[in-house]
Design a binder for this molecule. Structure first.
Ligand code: ADP
Length: 532
């Protein structure tokens, strides 16, 4: 039966722990779509910031070339400055993504290429390029003016112009504000090499096996950079390349898509949440059980104290009363006197037994008792206990019979505690045995066990209580058994003792038809014949 205090604890646990956690779980389930969307947005932002970082790195690279070139192209003396040309040429040669550097002023336009001796094509280009550059400067004056103004305000942003010619690879002109009489200067980028060496290097740094990058022309399926092992899935994010604006950077995740990833993440979170719920519910149930058990135990202890004090008081009162009567010399007949002495003896023995039980129990409870095991003869032990029991009962009450199988093997046991166990069973059999009906002790071998049983024909134990009677302090609610003296410790002691023997105690019983309690001792190695 569940006690009201247990119900209170359960209510507190449900309201305090389970309802909040379960509500949170349900809330998370309902929010699943929103969570998925949120996770997807977070991943999208991550991809965007990766592309941003590639873009910024390329941009900074371009600016760093410009700032390194500026002191090199500043004129030291009157034109032409051969040293200057040599320095610039070396710089271009050392940086393959740079194709050429140009200077443009009112007096004309000059291109410097990487090669020491310009190729025939470069020489021809220089001529044509100067013309084109002058034309460009003439046609885009407003943009150039804006750029120069920005540069003076400290904001360096080049005018970016495609510079391709039919027979050449693609190139791009980055036009900056110049100083002195060369109003403009700039660099000609080799687009392909810029992608291969600057952008791809940054991809390599960012990759870490998690992302797939590409560079392609805007609006056309022409890829400038694409890893060999590309899977067919579409790219998740794209961003215009700042330095070469008609190209775009693309990125996706290796082996998965944003939808897959966010779905998986949400599912994982939910599974973890469910597991946490499971653990929590198991924890709450365990706590509840442990607390209920403690409450039951505390209740039993209170009952026990009341019980024991009553049990101790009854024999004590009898002893005292009889002793006082004897002392006052009120008992005249020798026969009556003997009867008084016997009562005193019986009651003091009963008192002793009860105290023994309580002490045995507390020793067993704290396991600090030494249990030396030795090989022993159960039959002999039974006969000793029967004798002891007879003396304790003063020869009266129910007759006890003993049947044994011949040739029983010795058993490993602690004689003292088996004696206590058997005495307890015997006491119970007599106590609950239906007044004077015989009690039978049996000893036999059953497979690998030696089985010692005590059978009575008394009130029996209902099935629902057959487990509980082995719990400490438990006494059957049955009115008949409540009328008998006892502490509710006897069978708990028996069960404990059998555990210490690696054995067990079992009961077969029907209310009104009697009970058989059996002690099973494993025979193991000391069991005479060795069963394999
Ligand atoms: P106690 O005998 O001191 O009450 P036990 O632990 O020995 O404590 O027994 C617990 C309960 O089990 C008893 O109160 C009784 O209800 C029941 N019981 C034990 N032995 C028997 C038996 N032989 N026949 C019927 N009921 C029994």
């Amino acid at each position: 039966m569940i006690k009201p205090s247990s119900i209170k604890i359960m209510i507190v646990l449900i309201i305090g722990v389970m309802i909040p956690v379960i509500s949170y779980t349900v809330f998370q389930f309902l929010q699943q779509d929103q969570n998925e969307h949120l996770i997807k947005t977070i991943y999208e932002r991550q991809l965007n910031s990766i592309l941003f970082s590639v873009n910024q790195d390329s941009w900074n690279q371009m600016l760093s070339w410009v700032s390194e070139l500026q002191p090199l192209i500043r004129r030291a003396g009157p034109v032409p400055d051969a040293n200057r040309t040599r320095r610039v040429r070396r710089f271009i040669a050392e940086h393959p993504p740079l194709h050429a550097v140009f200077l443009h002023g009112p007096s004309g336009c000059r291109f410097v290429y990487g090669n020491a001796v310009p190729s025939a094509r470069d020489s021809a280009s220089a001529q044509a390029d100067s013309v084109r550059l002058s034309a460009l400067a003439g046609s885009r004056t407003a943009e150039i003016r804006q750029m120069v103004q920005n540069a003076r305000a400290g904001y360096m942003r080049p005018l970016i112009v495609p510079w391709q010619r039919a027979h050449e690879n693609r190139k791009t002109l980055l036009v900056f504000s110049g100083d002195g009489d060369e109003t403009l200067f700039g660099i000609v980028l080799n687009d392909i090499r810029f992608i291969d060496e600057i952008v791809a290097r940054k991809f390599g740094e960012m990759n870490e096996g998690n992302f797939v990058f590409a560079v392609k022309e805007k609006g056309r399926d022409v890829f400038w950079y694409l890893p060999d092992s590309d899977e067919a899935r579409p790219f998740e994010k794209r961003e215009s390349l700042w330095v070469l604006p008609d190209l775009e950077l693309l990125v996706k995740m290796t082996g998965t898509t944003l939808d897959e990833l966010s779905g998986k993440r949400t599912r994982h979170n939910l599974i973890i949440l469910l597991l946490v719920n499971g653990v929590l519910i198991a924890g709450v149930v365990n706590i509840w059980r442990a607390i209920s058990k403690e409450i039951r135990l505390a209740q039993m202890k209170t009952d026990f104290v009341a019980n024991v004090s009553h049990e101790l008081r009854t024999p004590l009162a009898l002893i005292r009363m009889h002793a006082e009567t004897l002392e006052l010399g009120r008992v005249q007949s020798k026969q009556k006197m003997m009867q008084y002495y016997r009562t005193i003896l019986r009651e003091s023995e009963r008192l002793g037994g009860l105290i023994d039980n309580i002490l045995d129990f507390s020793r067993l409870e704290y396991r600090n008792r030494d249990y030396p095991m030795e090989s022993g003869d159960l039959e002999k032990l039974v006969r000793e206990v029967m004798e002891l029991h007879r003396l304790r009962r003063n020869g009266g009450s129910a007759p006890v019979r003993f049947e044994t199988q011949p040739g029983m093997p010795p058993v490993r046991m602690n004689r003292e505690s088996v004696r206590i166990a058997l005495l307890n069973l015997l006491d119970n059999a007599v106590k609950f045995g239906g007044g004077g009906k015989s009690v039978r002790i049996g000893l036999k071998r059953d497979k690998n066990d030696a089985v010692l049983s005590v059978k009575d024909s008394g009130i029996g134990v209902p099935e629902s209580e057959q487990k509980k009677i082995f719990e400490k302090f438990y006494r059957s609610a049955n009115g008949l058994s409540q009328n008998r003296s006892g502490s509710g410790l006897g069978l708990a002691i028996v069960s404990h003792i059998m555990q210490l023997h690696s054995g067990r105690v079992t009961i077969r019983s029907k209310p009104g038809r009697g009970s058989t309690f059996s002690l099973h001792f494993p025979l193991g190695n000391s069991g005479g014949t060795t069963d394999v």
